[in-house]
Ligand binder design. Structure first.
Ligand code: SF4
Length: 69
């Protein structure tokens, strides 16, 4: 489960976030490219834009054991 005290930097403020356990698998960016982007220098994803609807994120939570909260 993602840890809210361990968020990666640069994220949009809001409910959803990525923590330092990100393994840079690209799933979130493929699933919701308008909301997730990659930090190319450090090799992790972060929430670029928050969304109102859970749908794209619920897929990530199920498929990747809640790497994103
Ligand atoms: S799906 Fe999770 S582990 Fe994969 S890149 Fe996105 S935040 Fe990182």
């Amino acid at each position: 489960m993602a840890d809210p005290s361990d968020k990666v930097p640069g994220q949009a403020q809001g409910r959803y976030y990525v923590d330092s356990q990100c393994i840079d698998c690209d799933l979130c960016r493929e699933t919701a490219p308008a909301n997730f982007v990659r930090n190319d220098e450090q090799g992790f994803s972060y929430v670029f834009k928050q969304v109102r609807h859970l749908f794209p994120f619920s897929f990530l939570i199920r498929s990747n054991e809640r790497c994103c909260e």
